[in-house]
Design a protein around this ligand. Structure first.
Ligand code: NAD
Ligand code: IPM
Ligand code: MN
Length: 354
C-alpha cells in the first residue's frame, strides 16, 4: 500500500489537495490499493501552528513516505516574513532536503481546450512540451545572499555536475518522446549560462548525439513559446528560467490551474501543481484541481501504479471534455464538481471493464 504524505499548505492548497485525495481513494478502490495517508503542515499553516514553515515533524513525515503530494504554500498574510521564515523558503528547503533536483512540468493542450488559450487555437493545438527545470541549484540557492536596507544580492551558481545530471534527465525524456531538446539559457550575458551551454553540448555529444539539440536565449524562448509552441519537445533549463517559462507555458492550455509537476532525483518524489496558493480565489471553492490531480497521476506512475495513473488522467480529460470546467477555464463548476466528474468517470470505467 503506498504511503503518501499530503502537505495541503495554504490558500487553495487544502481545497485542491482534498479533492485530489478523493480521486486517489477512488482510483485505489478501482485498482485494489488503499493509500495510507499522513497529513502534515507546511508553509503559512505551519508558521501559525509551529512558528516555522517547515517543522521537523513535517519533514520526518515526508521522509517516512513513498511519495509527497503538496497543494501550495504562501500568501499575503505571511509575506512580511524574511529568510528562513518565508513560506517559499520552506518549499525550497523541502526540495533541497529531499534531493529532488529534476522538476518535470508537462504542458499539454487537451483536445477541445485550445479555445481557452489566449493564443490562437491553430498555434496551440497539439502542444506537447515537457519542461525539465533544474530545481535545487542556481540563483534560488546560491550563496552569498543578502538583504539590507541599502543593498540586496543573490548569487547564481551552477556546478558542472548539477548541469550534467539535469541534462541527462532531459535527454533521457527526449529519447522516449520526439527526440528533441531545447536548452534555454542566457549565455549571451551570464557566465553561468556559458558553462550551462558548454556542459549541455558536451553531454549531448558524448552520450546523446542521436538526439536533436538546440539552444535558445531565454528571452527568445519566451517569445517562441507563444509564437510557435509546436517547435518544442523537451525544454531543458535552470531553476529561475524554468519557473518563469512554466507559468508562461500555462497560457497555452489556458490556465495555470491545469499544470502538474513531479520533482524527482531523490529517494522520495515530491508532486505538486505548478500554481501557487491563489489568494485571490482562496476560500471560494472554485479553484481548478486538475493540476494537482495530474500531479497525483505522475505520482502514481512513479509508484508503479500506471493503470491508476492512466485512470486519473483519463478522468481529468473526460471531465474537461464534458465541459465540467472551473471559472479559470470559463466554466461554472466548483472544485468539488470537477472532482465528482473525475470520480464518476473512474467508477464508470471500472463498471465498463467489469
Ligand atoms: P498563483 O499561482 O497562486 O496565482 C496566479 C494566478 O493564477 C491567480 O490569478 C490565481 O487565481 C490563478 N490560479 C492559480 N492556480 C489556480 C487554480 N488551481 N485554479 C484557478 N486559478 C488558479 O501565483 P501568485 O498569486 O503569484 O502567488 C500566490 C502565492 O503562492 C505566493 O505566496 C507565492 O509565493 C505562492 N506560490 C506557491 C507555489 C507552490 O506552493 N508551489 C507556487 C507558486 C506560487
Ligand atoms: C513554483 C513556485 C516556487 C518556485 C516558489 C513558491 C518558491 O513558484 O514551484 O513554481 O519559484 O519554485
Ligand atoms: Mn512558479
Amino acid at each position: 500500500m503506498p504511503r503518501i504524505t499530503v502537505l495541503p499548505g495554504d490558500g487553495i492548497g487544502p481545497e485542491v489537495a482534498g479533492e485530489a485525495v478523493r480521486v486517489l481513494n477512488a482510483v485505489g478502490e478501482r485498482f485494489g490499493f488503499e493509500p495510507t495517508l499522513t497529513y502534515a503542515l507546511v508553509g503559512g499553516a505551519a508558521l501559525d501552528e509551529f512558528d516555522t514553515p517547515l517543522p521537523e515533524p513535517t519533514f520526518e513525515a515526508c521522509k517516512a513516505a513513498d511519495a509527497v503530494l503538496l497543494g501550495a504554500i504562501g500568501g499575503p498574510r505571511w509575506d512580511h516574513e524574511t529568510g528562513d521564515r518565508r513560506c517559499e523558503a520552506a518549499l525550497l528547503g523541502l526540495r533541497k532536503r529531499l534531493g529532488v533536483f529534476a522538476n518535470l512540468r508537462p504542458v499539454l493542450v487537451p483536445a477541445g481546450l485550445s479555445g481557452q488559450s489566449p493564443v490562437r487555437a491553430d498555434r496551440v493545438d497539439g502542444t506537447d512540451i515537457l519542461i525539465v527545470r533544474e530545481l535545487t541549484g542556481g540563483i534560488y540557492f546560491g550563496a552569498p545572499r543578502k538583504l539590507s536596507a541599502a543593498t540586496a544580492s543573490n548569487t547564481m551558481v551552477y556546478h558542472a555536475s548539477e548541469i550534467r545530471r539535469i541534462a541527462r534527465v532531459a535527454f533521457a525524456w527526449a529519447e522516449k518522446r520526439r527526440g528533441r531538446v531545447t536548452s534555454v539559457d542566457k549565455a549571451n550575458v551570464l557566465e553561468v549560462s556559458q558553462l550551462w551551454r558548454r556542459v549541455v553540448t558536451q553531454v549531448h555529444r558524448e552520450e546523446f548525439a542521436h538526439l536533436a539539440l538546440d539552444h535558445l536565449y531565454v528571452d527568445n524562448a519566451a517569445m517562441q513559446l507563444v509564437l510557435r509552441p509546436g517547435r518544442f519537445d523537451v525544454i531543458l533549463t535552470g531553476n529561475l528560467f524554468g519557473d518563469i517559462l512554466s507559468d508562461l507555458a500555462a497560457t497555452l492550455p489556458g490556465s495555470l490551474g491545469l499544470l502538474p509537476s513531479a520533482s524527482l532525483g531523490g529517494q522520495i518524489g515530491l508532486f505538486e501543481p505548478v500554481h501557487g496558493s491563489a489568494p485571490d480565489i482562496a476560500g471560494l471553492g472554485i479553484a481548478n484541481p486538475a493540476g494537482i490531480m495530474l500531479s497525483a497521476a505522475m505520482m502514481l506512475d512513479a509508484l508503479d501504479l500506471s493503470d491508476a495513473a492512466h485512470a486519473v488522467r483519463s478522468g481529468v480529460l473526460a471531465a474537461l471534455g464534458l465541459g465540467v470546467r472551473t471559472r479559470d477555464l470559463g466554466g461554472t463548476a466548483s472544485t468539488g464538481d470537477f472532482a465528482n466528474a473525475v470520480i464518476s468517470h473512474i467508477r464508470a470505467s471500472a463498471l465498463a471493464a467489469a
